[in-house]
Design a protein around this ligand. Structure first.
Ligand code: ATP
Ligand code: MG
Length: 315
């Protein structure tokens, strides 16, 4: 289904809707062996379909954003392979850097990472009620088994951020919201508590960092894995990108307009809206028009500029 590249020295092992995973060939001696290369493509998906054409620059914009966040959260153990780890003991003998290991075709949109044993749990944190959380709330006034006050509207801020995990379904199946008790059953009480506490704390820190940019981090999803060598719990996957998070414009949200105006997000919302208006969701989705593609690239660029620009200004 996907259009991944053949990369010399790497074997393609998996493609999700957006990203392609590779493993370095085992005989490599430059420090890459045992790692994984995560390449973000420009593919865009909506309503579970990969669309055409791709969004130029999207893979690079999302990778840049992820790396920026990993750096902001540098005290949280993460899966990035740091340059220094790849340097041979004898620094004089041509030290290999991450940049040298990543094939030129995918530089800027790939991360060289430690291969972890992933927890089968998507660690979602919601500060605001929308999406599948809103649907659950409408049905039974709770989210992932957590009871909520009556009278909340779609897009409202929650009394406090909630950990609302989902079971990471095997390929092709939908992720399913689960209760915290179910997480305990799946991975044990200690790891469940660790993932919950880490997720909530990273969400709170990221929200506070996004605030000066005039951006609301409405919700986000983290994935964690265990380092098979050290046993440590490590933040993995992409972090706080506009594919894994809902970012809203704080001013628009506060303005009290329609739900669509309040929750205009810095992601592929434009694509979703265009598809919803131009496709009945049967058969193959239509080609995206050029102006929709261009405006979507702009939205991905905007969130990066807003976040990184605001951070630079307050430094
Ligand atoms: P979808 O198309 O719905 O996003 P997906 O989540 O399977 O499907 P991707 O997000 O593109 O697809 O793939 C990334 C995969 O890599 C995920 O399964 C994720 O759990 C896994 N992953 C991320 N970081 C690591 C890591 N450090 N070690 C091992 N696996 C990882
Ligand atoms: Mg994924």
């Amino acid at each position: 289904m996907s259009d991944y590249l053949e990369l010399p020295g790497f074997t393609h092992v998996y493609s999700g809707k957006v990203r392609d995973l590779y493993e370095p060939d085992a005989e490599r001696t430059d420090g890459a062996a045992g790692r994984m290369l995560v390449v973000a493509s420009d593919r865009v998906s909506a309503f579970d379909h990969v669309l055409s054409p791709a969004i130029p620059g999207k893979g690079e914009l999302l990778t840049t954003l992820s790396l920026w966040w990993f750096d902001r959260l540098s005290d949280v153990p993460n899966h990035l392979v740091a340059d220094h780890e790849l340097r041979s003991d004898d620094a004089a003998s041509d030290p290999a850097t991450v940049r040298e290991i990543i094939p030129t075709e995918v530089v800027g949109r790939s991360m060289l990472v430690k291969k972890l044993d992933m927890f089968p749990v998507e660690c979602v944190v919601r500060g605001y009620l929308t999406g599948s959380g809103w649907k659950e709330y409408e049905a039974d006034q709770s989210v992932c088994g957590i009871p909520l006050p009556a009278g909340l509207q779609n897009g409202d801020r929650l009394p406090e951020p909630l950990f609302t995990p989902a079971y990471k379904a095997p390929l092709g199946e939908h992720d399913e919201n689960i209760s915290y008790e179910r997480v305990v059953e799946l991975i044990g009480a200690d790891d469940a508590a660790a993932l919950r506490d880490l997720s909530l704390s990273i969400y709170r820190r990221a929200s506070a960092l996004a605030e000066p940019a005039g951006v609301i981090l409405a919700d986000t999803k983290f994935e964690f894995g265990r380092d098979p060598h050290t046993g440590e719990i490590v933040l993995a996957d992409e972090v706080l990108t506009s594919d894994s998070s809902r970012y809203w414009d704080a001013e628009a949200w506060a303005s009290g307009g329609t739900p669509a105006e309040r929750m205009a997000s810095f992601d592929k919302q434009i694509v979703r809206d265009w598809l919803a208006a131009n496709w009945d969701q049967t058969g193959t989705p239509p080609e995206l028009p050029a102006d929709i593609v261009a405006r979507t690239t702009e939205r991905y660029q905007d969130i990066l500029t807003l976040l990184t620009g605001a951070a630079a200004a307050t430094r």
